[in-house]
Design a protein around this ligand. Structure first.
Ligand SMILES: CC(C)(COP(=O)(O)OP(=O)(O)OC[C@H]1O[C@@H](n2cnc3c(N)ncnc32)[C@H](O)[C@@H]1OP(=O)(O)O)[C@@H](O)C(=O)NCCC(=O)NCCS
Length: 207
């Protein structure tokens, strides 16, 4: 708590559920420590600018080198990605076996993704449902768009041996295909993915 500013403490106080507050606090504190380490500034002095529905950014002075980050939380985990190379997006989801995946896939996935999932046995279907979701969300968060873009428009092809391939069904948003996505193995019972702009090499340190 000692590295959170007044606005962040106020936001923590607005969560209705303790577990949501704890997830936010853990993610924000980890993020500020990582940003402090990268910038050489004191964590308490860092100001993360956030406006409704926009990607949070670190307030920098003119001439400061850029720094990019993204945060995701689910269940017992908060994931933080920080890089000075390019825009980044990250997503983690706790696998919930009570999730109505068929309904959700019908509404939020492309026809091809839905058909592909329907062919899988139940356990694999649940897992791949989350793999598709985290890949979509990581890409959309990398672009700063979040769920303002219908996830069905971002078609993901999964592979056992290669990174997920992204195909955008909306010709106006083909730029999303320039984003590279990788799956992450973080913990049993969770699925996650990280995305960066394509010209960047992905090197992952999990700390
Ligand atoms: C960003 C978004 C995808 C978060 O999804 P989620 O699964 O609930 O939550 P996650 O834990 O994965 O991510 C939350 C983090 O995403 C980040 N985030 C918020 N808006 C973002 C955006 N537009 N792009 C990228 N990252 C964003 C924040 O850092 C947030 O963490 P914090 O609140 O602790 O700072 C979702 O809230 C979203 O799409 N928002 C923007 C667009 C939108 O919803 N528009 C609808 C209104 S028209």
């Amino acid at each position: 708590m000692d590295i959170l500013n007044t606005a962040e403490r106020a936001r923590a106080g607005r969560y209705r559920f303790d577990e949501d507050r704890a997830r936010y606090l853990a993610g924000r504190a980890t993020l500020k420590r990582a940003l402090a380490e990268r910038t050489g500034l004191r964590a308490l002095d860092l100001c993360i600018e956030e406006a409704d529905w926009t990607k949070p950014r670190l307030a920098l002075l003119p001439g400061d080198p850029p720094i990019f980050f993204n945060v995701s939380h689910s269940g017992d985990y908060a994931l933080v990605a920080v890089t000075d190379a390019a825009e980044v997006g990250i997503d983690i989801e706790q696998i919930r076996s009570d999730c109505p995946i068929d309904d959700l896939a019908r509404r939020y996935y492309s026809a091809h993704e839905y058909k592909m999932l329907r062919k899988l046995p139940a356990t694999r279907r649940l897992h791949d449902f989350y793999r598709l979701w985290t890949a979509k969300e990581a890409v959309l968060k990398c672009a700063g768009l979040g769920l303002s873009v219908p996830p069905a428009l971002l078609e993901v092809r999964l592979s056992a041996s290669a990174a997920p391939a992204i195909h955008c069904l909306d010709p106006q948003r083909r730029f999303l295909e320039q984003i590279l996505v990788r799956e992450l193995m973080v913990a049993e019972g969770y699925v996650s993915a990280v995305a960066v702009e394509r010209h960047t090499e992905i090197r992952i340190n999990i700390i």
